[in-house]
Design a protein. Structure first.
Length: 217
């Protein structure tokens, strides 16, 4: 089979979808936005898949990567990403993706990329947000917040996570790097890759997964 090409949600209406569908002999699949187990697992379990190409949003990419992690195929399958809207994609910025991502996705080489997990069973590939935050936040053993912040942004980094604490317009944001960030805050709804968690949380952790992602960038 070679490359497994997944068009998530409305990605099939994008200008890149015809190029993906016609540039390879591999089959292409239309699957829902933020796909789940039944959408992804039967496709990525195939022995002849050599890479996975996700065309969609950062949330779609995270959903597919979560299934690869659950199936223990992270170390076997490179993952390429063709964002439907590069300007809105934190992953495109973090990975340094070019304007034309189709050729890279189909033929580029993979490199290790930090994968971040959370203690609610999800993964973070782009941007995590807690807003507002009132309480205590640790980045490893360092106090990143004690009190109030308008917004805390978390992205994967080489160390594990990069934590940006925004306290207000008149104060410069502070940035911390570490393996993990732990929140003990008033009830809030964390947002990971654009998807709001289903219920309010007072404790939340993002941390570096033991295995890296084989990302094409």
């Amino acid at each position: 089979m070679g490359a497994l090409i997944l068009g998530c949600g409305t990605a099939i209406t994008s200008g890149d979808w015809p190029k993906l569908a016609s540039s390879t002999g591999s089959p292409v699949h239309e699957i829902p936005a933020t796909p789940g187990k039944n959408d992804v697992d039967p496709l990525v379990k195939a022995d002849d898949v050599t890479r996975v190409v996700v065309h969609g949003t950062d949330a779609d990419l995270a959903a597919v990567i979560l299934r690869l992690m659950r199936l223990e195929r992270l170390d076997e399958l490179p993952v390429a990403y063709v964002p439907v809207n590069r300007q809105r994609s934190t992953v495109a910025r973090l990975w340094g993706l070019p304007e034309d991502t189709v050729e890279l996705a189909l033929t580029g080489s993979d490199r290790p990329r930090t994968l971040v997990r959370d203690d609610a069973g999800g993964v973070l590939v782009g941007l995590g947000v807690v807003s507002p935050a009132h309480g205590t936040v640790y980045c490893d053993d360092t106090v990143a917040l004690r009190g109030d912040a308008n917004r805390i942004e978390v992205t994967p980094s080489q160390a594990g996570v990069s934590v940006r604490v925004v306290r207000g317009r008149l104060r410069r944001p502070t940035v911390y790097e570490g393996r993990a960030v732990q929140f003990g805050v008033d009830a809030t709804y964390p947002v990971r890759d654009g998807v709001t968690h289903a219920r309010p949380m007072t404790r939340w952790t993002w941390y570096r997964h033991t295995d890296d992602l084989r990302a094409v960038f």
